[in-house]
Every structure is written in structure tokens, then in C-alpha cells.
Design a protein around this ligand. Sequence first.
Ligand SMILES: *[C@@H]1O[C@H](CO)[C@@H](O)[C@H](O)[C@H]1NC(C)=O
Ligand SMILES: *[C@@H]1O[C@H](CO)[C@@H](O)[C@H](O)[C@H]1NC(C)=O
Ligand SMILES: *[C@@H]1O[C@H](CO)[C@@H](O)[C@H](O)[C@H]1NC(C)=O
Ligand SMILES: *[C@@H]1O[C@H](CO)[C@@H](O)[C@H](O)[C@H]1NC(C)=O
Ligand SMILES: *[C@@H]1O[C@H](CO)[C@@H](O)[C@H](O)[C@H]1NC(C)=O
Ligand SMILES: *[C@@H]1O[C@H](CO)[C@@H](O)[C@H](O)[C@H]1NC(C)=O
Length: 421
Amino acid sequence: MLLNVVLGFLCGGFALAAGNDPATQGPPPLLLVSFDGFRADYLKRFHMPNLELLYSQGVLVEQLTNVFITKTFPNHYSLVTGLYAESHGVLASSMYDPVSHKHFSLRNDSDPWWWSEAEPLWLTALDSGYETAAMMWPGSDVAIGNRTATHFLPYDAAVTFRQRLGNVTSWMAGNGKEKGAMFAALYWEEPDRSGHAFGPDNNTAMAAVLKEVDDCVGLMVSELRRVGLWGKLNLVVTSDHGMAQCSAQRLIRLDDCLHPDNYTLVDLTPVAALIPNTDPEAVFGLLNGCHPHMTAYLKKAIPERLHYRDNERIQPIILIADEGWTIVQRGNKLPRYPEAVFGLLNGCHPHMTAYLKKAIPERLHYRDNERIQPIILIADEGWTIVQRGNKLPRCEISTGIVTSNSNQNLVNISIKRSHAE
Ligand SMILES: *[C@@H]1O[C@H](CO)[C@@H](O)[C@H](O)[C@H]1NC(C)=O
Ligand SMILES: *[C@@H]1O[C@H](CO)[C@@H](O)[C@H](O)[C@H]1NC(C)=O
Ligand SMILES: *[C@@H]1O[C@H](CO)[C@@H](O)[C@H](O)[C@H]1NC(C)=O
Ligand SMILES: *[C@@H]1O[C@H](CO)[C@@H](O)[C@H](O)[C@H]1NC(C)=O
Ligand SMILES: *[C@@H]1O[C@H](CO)[C@@H](O)[C@H](O)[C@H]1NC(C)=O
Ligand SMILES: *[C@@H]1O[C@H](CO)[C@@H](O)[C@H](O)[C@H]1NC(C)=O
């Protein structure tokens, strides 16, 4: 099914100003940039001069409707396929396919099989004879239908925005031998990463990261000018989903509803996916009405408006937490999302210590190196960290930092300003 409302809540449209040289006339190239987890109201809460300058020269879409579920992968694939998740098949960050028995996770996402129910724009444009580029956009390093964009780099969170941009602008500019890419998609992890770590309500943290994001926009414009693309391409700056503040006071414990023997967990929060181990209706009966801030659906009853039913990979029961609520299996701690950038953290254990990089104890002499990840987990002697398993909560860490999730639904598009250059 086709997605009605797509494209960024934030959109710097740049009308074609080319045409000086009739020989190069043709459709202008398109650069699609996503800043992950850019909640709509950040624009009102924080001053972002470069972004403001950009949209004052184009069109600002104040809010967009994301697809269900509000995760990074489903929404980014919707942006480049025009399809709801049930139609493109990338339904969550954690998936299980009951037919092939395959598992998908942020750590194991490159089997083309998961992505091949749809075709992203960087492939479709190849069929028109165009060169394309996809920089770390979800799915861009996967050979979908045995093809990739003309130019891409494998996902690597350590590559800076400046480096990604440098590659993208040179791919788009082309050179004497190669024509430039006509379509390029560029992905950046912020402000999602900081939104998860500090919570969107933390003005200090969000102001700092949004200043960085705004600097990225400024850099992008100056680089596009430098390589002579400015004014000759269309630029769309967008995002995939918003961000809601979570709280340890807003936990929904599955163990209070049903016994761990009753189900196999595929995904946990804010939308849980469960496979009942016994009669689905009976298991559903235990979940239905169990918590005032959680709604349980048997697959066949998932509301039409969510466009999240017609796919094998959708499990027999899903649970939807209200915004700002977090589903856990047990305990009274706020889990943290496994997002690609944090990685390695699909499971946690009570005997484990977690450190933010900057807080790794000096005595370990394990801090001062680029290759040390933002978060490390240390199991006590004799204990084992696992990624997955029915009996352990699928939580991340307890850093003592307020965490947040991404179930803020953004609704309604309204055009604020429009001005073609
Ligand atoms: C990754 O998933 C594929 C199926 O899509 C599976 O065959 C493979 O074993 C998985 N790899 C790991 C390391 O789990
Ligand atoms: C995929 O593409 C490569 C190189 O173009 C080719 O050698 C290979 O046979 C293709 N595989 C399939 C399954 O089409
Ligand atoms: C492109 O990416 C590579 C690998 O990250 C990097 O070494 C190189 O400097 C980048 N190119 C530009 C022009 O920034
Ligand atoms: C907000 O984030 C900052 C880091 O930028 C952190 O030091 C502070 O503790 C956070 N405040 C709250 C209330 O979480
Ligand atoms: C749930 O699991 C418990 C413990 O194994 C069992 O007694 C109960 O019958 C199960 N309920 C359903 C609906 O499967
Ligand atoms: C859409 O958003 C605008 C601006 O926030 C608001 O005035 C309008 O009522 C909204 N429309 C709908 C249908 O929700």
C-alpha cells in the first residue's frame, strides 16, 4: 500500500536554478538528508540559525506523520520506498520470520532477504540510467535484488558527518570521467543518539546536540556551494520519528500480566511483538486490559489505520505502550533502547556494570582510544553477557541517565513558508 504522507517534517526545498548551460539541462539531482530522531518541536525550542536560513529559502513542513512503528529502520525504508512497513517488510529493529526462522536485529541486518520486499530509490533511479549514492542510510550497504547504489559505504558510526558529506558531495559533483549521482541519501545518527541518552526534555543536552546538528547543516550548505552544486539541486532535510521522554515511573511490567512460559518475545518496547507459546486467544486474554497504558492486539485485529498487519513478519500478538510508557519484562528499572549506534547491548544482566566511555574507571586504562565504543559493559567474573534469550529482560543498561524512547507520533503536515529561489 502506498504511503500518503511522506517526506520530512523539515524540508528545505531548493528549486532548480540550473539552465545556464542547455547541454546539462535535465532534472536536477536530489539530495535527501536525514537527521535521526529530530522531534518536530526542537525547531521551536532551540535556535538553529543554519536550518532557519535553509528553510527560509525553501519550504518548511512543520510536522510529518511517521509510519508505525516509530523506529529508525521502518521509517527510513518508508522514506525511500514510499511504502508502509507492512508493505516494505522492514517492520522493526528486531524481527523474526516464522517461515524461514530467520532473525533480524540491528547487529545482523544485512541479509538482503529482509529488504527485498521493496526497492529503494537509489536502485529505482539506476533503471533510468542515473548514478546514485547512499551514505549509511539503513539498507544502503545491502545488495537488495543483488544491487546497491553506484556509491555507498558500509555503515560505520565512527565516520563523522563531515566525512560522510565529503564523500556524498564528491559523488554528486562527479568529475571529468564520471557523471555525478542524480540521487543521494545521507544519514546522520543525531539528535536521536542524544535524545535516547539524555531524554528530549533535557534542554542542556538537546541544546548542545542540536547546535551540532545545525553546524552540520551549515557545513552542508557551504560544501555544496564549494563544489558548485548549490542552486542546482533539490535538497530535502528530514527525519524519521520524534522522541518521547520516558520515566521509571512509567513502566509496564509484562511479568505482572503473564508468565514467561506463555510467550516468546521478539521485540519489547514501545511496541512489543510476542509469539504465544500456547493458545493465542488465551495468552491475549492475559494481556488484554492488563495495564491501563498498554493496548494488546491479536494480529487480525490490529487497526487498519496503523497499516501494520499484512505481513508474515508481524507476530500473532502486539502490545502498544502509550506515549512515554516503557514495556519491560520485569524489574523496576528503565531499560534503554538498543539502537545501532549503541550496539552490542541487546541484553543486560543484574551482575553487569555499564560505563559511559567518559566514566570508565582510570584503573582499567581503557578509555583513551577512538575505537572504544560510547558504552561498555563488564560482566562479573563467571557471568556471561548474552544478546538474546527468552528468560532475560531485553533491556540495556542502567547508567542513571534519563532515557527516552521514540514513540512520539508526529501528526499533520502544514506548510509554513514557501518561496522558490
Ligand atoms: C544473521 O541472520 C541470518 C539470517 O538472516 C542468519 O543466517 C545468520 O546466522 C545470522 N548471523 C548471526 C551472527 O547471528
Ligand atoms: C549478483 O551480481 C553479481 C555481479 O554483478 C553476479 O556475478 C551474480 O551472479 C549475481 N547474483 C545473483 C544471485 O543474481
Ligand atoms: C570518504 O570516506 C573515506 C572513508 O571514510 C574517507 O577516508 C575520505 O576522506 C572521505 N572523502 C572525503 C572527500 O571526505
Ligand atoms: C542533562 O544532560 C546533561 C548532559 O548534557 C547531564 O549532565 C544532566 O545530568 C542531564 N540532566 C538530567 C535532568 O537528566
Ligand atoms: C502460562 O504459564 C503458566 C506457567 O507455566 C501456566 O500455568 C499457564 O497455564 C499458562 N497460561 C497460558 C494461557 O498459556
Ligand atoms: C495541523 O496543525 C496545525 C498547526 O499545528 C493546526 O492548527 C491544525 O489544527 C492541525 N490540523 C489537524 C487536522 O490536526
